[in-house]
Structures are given as C-alpha cells and as structure tokens.
Design a protein around this ligand. Structure first.
Ligand code: NDP
Length: 289
C-alpha cells in the first residue's frame, strides 16, 4: 500500500491534498498551523500527523511559499530510503539541485514539481505540473500527481521544473503590466474597457491576463485574494536570477521585475497579485473599471 503525505495546506496545498484520498487509502497531512491539518482530516478523510510521521510516507508532497521553508523541513526530518519528495512550491532551481543531491545521499528521490492553474485548478484537479528530476522518480510519482493535475510534464533535470514555472510567472507579470498600461491608455481616450476587452480577446493581443485576470479580478474590482503579490514578486525574482546566471540581457524581464517589486512594496500585505494594477492607477489617477 502506497502512503502519500502532503506538507503545507495553504491556498494551494489544502485543495490539492483533498483529491488524494480518492486514490490512496492512507493520506497523511501536516501544516504549521496544525488546526488546518485537523480541519482537512475532518473534511476529506485524511490523517493529521506530526511532521516526522508525514516524512515517513512513500510519496511526500510539499507546497510552501519558497524553497527556504522546504529546505528547513527537509533538513529537520528523517525520510525513509526509497521514497520520493515532490516539491510543488514555486521554488529556486539551484535549491532543487542542492535538495536533490542532499536527499540522494539518503536514498531519497527529489522532484521539483511546481504547478500552475491557481486555486481553482487545485480545486478541480486540473493543475499543470512542470517537473524536473530523475525520470524514474517522475514515473513513479506520476499517478499521485495525476490525482491533482491534468497536464503533467517532465521538463528536464533537477531545477528545470522551477525554471519553467519562474518563466511562466514572469510572462504573467509582463502581460499584467502591459495590460495595465494599455487599458489605462484606452480609458484616457474614453474607450469602454469591457467592449475593448471583448475585441482584444478575439484578437492577437489576448493573453491569460486579458482572458482571465482583467475580467475576473480587475475590471469588476473584486481582486480576490488567491495568489499573493509577494509570491509573484518572488517568482519574477527567480526568473531574473536565471537570466543573470546565463549572462543574458533581458530588458523586458528586468524592467517587469522592478515594476512588480515596486507594486509589491506599496501594496497592502498579502494582496492578490492582480492589485499590481493599483500602482498604475495611483500614477495615472485612472481606475481600470
Ligand atoms: P499560502 O501562503 O496560501 O500557504 C503557504 C503554506 O506554507 C501554508 O500552509 C503555511 O502554513 C506554510 N508555511 C509558511 N511558512 C512556513 C514555515 N516556515 N514552515 C512551515 N510551513 C510554512 O501559499 P500558496 O498555497 O498560495 O502558495 C504555495 C506555493 O505555491 C508558493 O510557492 C506559490 O508561489 C505557489 N503557487 C501558488 C498559486 C496560487 O494561486 N496561490 C498558484 C501556483 C503556485 P500556515 O498555514 O501555518 O501559515
């Protein structure tokens, strides 16, 4: 019998772990605020256990804010030889390489397996997993990832999954900044933003931002708090580090990181990522609605 554990029941992890009991008899959950683990156990027939017990599972998922918290936990617990640690955090590629090497010395596999699809994708088990690490470990953990995702891809060696995720989220940030600027200009020229959005979403300038973020979060002024701006700021920082490490020049990416950093610095703590448009609104005194 395969035992699966999930460490980190935040906005993503709580919903992701909810699917595992449909496929596995024994699902262990741990969260720093342990009340959440107990609530998860009651709601989804998982078992709330200690961190050490969770680390004894055959497949251990983690989904924490950054690689730093994952690193602290990996170095704090005993993990049994032969198990697979699947880190769904949007983490740092170099940290994945170090964690893989550390765990390999204990006979444990490590996969960097960040996800995209936001909380709604976690809820509907339609996430995309972009996975780096050993192919054999990927194949062994695939059924567990399939319980929570739709598109699951092995993208390369250790660190590759985190790299793909960082570039994906950088593109989200680029599109968000560009859309905020473009729609501010349209409003300044008296254009109806909802009609403009329909035209653009049937045209070549559309993106995930124009199709989802603007209509569902910005123009209706709801800014639901599902993916925190500090987390997007962290992801764009990882993307910029990748550029620097490869000694590349990437002016759009570098500028976007500065813009997201500035928006994050003036935002309310833990605001949704979409509130980055409010920085533009404060500059132009034009509200995107
Ligand atoms: P949340 O802030 O909602 O949850 C963070 C989780 O990490 C909580 O369970 C929290 O525990 C735990 N945690 C924080 N610090 C520590 C620590 N020092 N030790 C142990 N546990 C800790 O984050 P999300 O679920 O939104 O994001 C998690 C990861 O997934 C991030 O890397 C993010 O970038 C990525 N992601 C997020 C998406 C989203 O739409 N939200 C989409 C795709 C990826 P506690 O409850 O005790 O605070």
């Amino acid at each position: 019998m395969t035992t699966v554990a999930f460490i980190g029941l935040g906005a993503m992890g709580y919903r992701m772990a909810a699917h595992l009991p449909k496929h596995y008899e024994s699902v262990l959950v741990w969260n720093r605020n342990f009340e959440k683990a107990k609530q998860h156990a009651t709601e989804y027939q998982t078992q709330a256990v200690s961190l050490q017990e969770a680390a004894q599972a055959d497949i251990i998922f983690s989904c924490l804010p950054t690689s730093q918290q994952v690193n602290e936990i990996i170095h704090q617990v005993d993990i049994k030889s032969g198990s697979i640690w699947v880190d769904c955090t949007s983490g740092v590629p170099d940290a994945a390489k170090a964690q893989q090497a550390f765990l390999k010395s204990k006979g444990v596999y490590f996969l960097d397996a960040p996800v995209s699809g936001q909380t709604i994708g976690a809820e509907n088990a339609t996430l995309t997993f972009m996975v780096g690490g050993e192919k054999a470990a990927f194949e062994a953990a695939l059924p567990a990832m399939q319980a929570m995702g739709k598109l699951i891809k092995h993208v390369g060696d250790s660190g590759s999954g985190f790299a793909v995720k960082a570039v994906n989220n950088m593109l989200l940030a680029v599109h968000l900044c560009a859309a905020a600027e473009g729609f501010t200009a349209l409003k300044a020229h008296g254009v109806d933003l909802n009609e403009a959005l329909e035209c653009i979403n049937a045209s070549s300038g559309k993106s995930g931002v124009t199709e989802n973020v603007l209509p569902q979060r910005v123009l209706n002024r709801s800014f639901p708090n599902t993916f925190a701006l500090p987390l997007l700021n962290k992801d764009t920082g990882i993307a910029v580090d990748l550029i620097h490490q490869a000694k590349l020049s990437a002016p759009v990416i570098t500028l976007t990181q500065s813009l997201i950093g500035a928006a994050n610095a003036i935002a309310e703590p833990n605001s949704d990522f979409s509130t980055a448009v409010k920085m533009y609104e404060s500059w132009s005194k034009i509200t995107l609605e």
